[in-house]
Design a protein around this ligand. Structure first.
Ligand SMILES: CCCCC/C=C\C/C=C\C/C=C\C/C=C\CCCC(=O)SCCNC(=O)CCNC(=O)[C@H](O)C(C)(C)COP(=O)(O)OP(=O)(O)OC[C@H]1O[C@@H](n2cnc3c(N)ncnc32)[C@H](O)[C@@H]1OP(=O)(O)O
Length: 209
């Protein structure tokens, strides 16, 4: 248990869940993840012939083999841990560029891409909760609060969410009751409400994974 305490809990509760120090990302690391995202988009869109399939498979396997000896455990990995980098260095997440952020509100710009396609130009319905969960989780765990996990995430799809367009997302901290933190969010394409959500985050008790 470390000694970090939450401003919101009046300094009583220790913040036990804390990843170890991460290695500093080498120069070019965010660009490498960006190249991975581009690859995901291009593979999703591609209809290659058999020769190109074989060539790409060889190339990707060679890269995977080169990376394998550098693997570390999850507490030391870089992907997903780069809080200051849009998308946190995770190729899984739709990239949210954070425009403003404080302890109660987060505003950002997000662009779903071909990799996230569901159908007919619209983002896959699973990628929208993924995006919401990540930024709700970011706000829920901000301000030195002890770590909380999503207990539920309710998403309403109000209108299709187009890919390849800059959309706006806004999250706000609604209320906090004991270990429970309720947050709400909205995703908009201009004036059109694409989706909104409500998420409950519950602060973990010491020892809870
Ligand atoms: C990934 C972890 C977070 C990492 C954050 C770390 C650092 C922060 C820094 C940067 C963050 C950047 C980005 C954020 C990254 C990721 C965010 C994503 C987070 C996730 O994606 S995380 C994965 C999905 N998540 C789970 O894998 C949870 C599995 N689950 C459990 O671990 C337990 O289920 C738990 C702990 C949730 C509760 O369990 P428990 O036993 O501790 O508590 P209990 O059940 O007593 O509930 C206490 C009070 O909450 C009410 N309550 C509970 N559940 C409810 C529900 N569903 N509906 C309505 N009310 C509910 C009860 O009714 C009671 O209310 P009351 O006190 O009023 O009676």
């Amino acid at each position: 248990m470390d000694g970090t305490v939450s401003a919101r809990s009046g300094g009583r509760r220790p913040n036990w869940w804390k990843p170890r120090e991460r290695p500093v990302p080498p120069a070019g690391y965010p660009e490498m993840i960006e190249a991975m995202r581009l690859l995901q988009d291009r593979i999703t869109a591609a209809v290659p012939d058999a020769a190109m399939v074989a060539e790409v498979t060889r190339g990707l396997t060679a890269i995977a083999d080169r990376l394998e000896p550098t693997a570390r455990d999850e507490w030391s990995q870089l992907a997903g841990s780069l809080r200051e980098v849009p998308g946190r260095g995770s190729a899984l997440l739709p990239v949210v560029e954070i425009l403003s952020e404080n302890e109660t509100t987060l505003r950002g710009r997000v662009r779903f891409s071909r990799f996230h396609l569901g159908g007919n130009g619209a983002a896959h319905g699973g990628t929208i909760p993924l995006m919401f969960d990540d930024i709700l989780g970011r706000l829920a765990n901000s301000g030195g609060r002890p770590v909380a996990r999503t207990a539920y995430l309710h998403v309403n799809y109000r209108s299709i969410t187009p890919i390849d367009r800059d959309l706006r997302v806004e999250i706000r901290f609604d209320r906090e009751e004991g270990r429970k933190r309720l947050l709400r969010g909205e995703l908009r394409d201009g004036d059109v409400l694409c989706a909104d959500c409500e998420g409950l985050f519950v602060e973990l008790r010491p020892g809870q994974p």
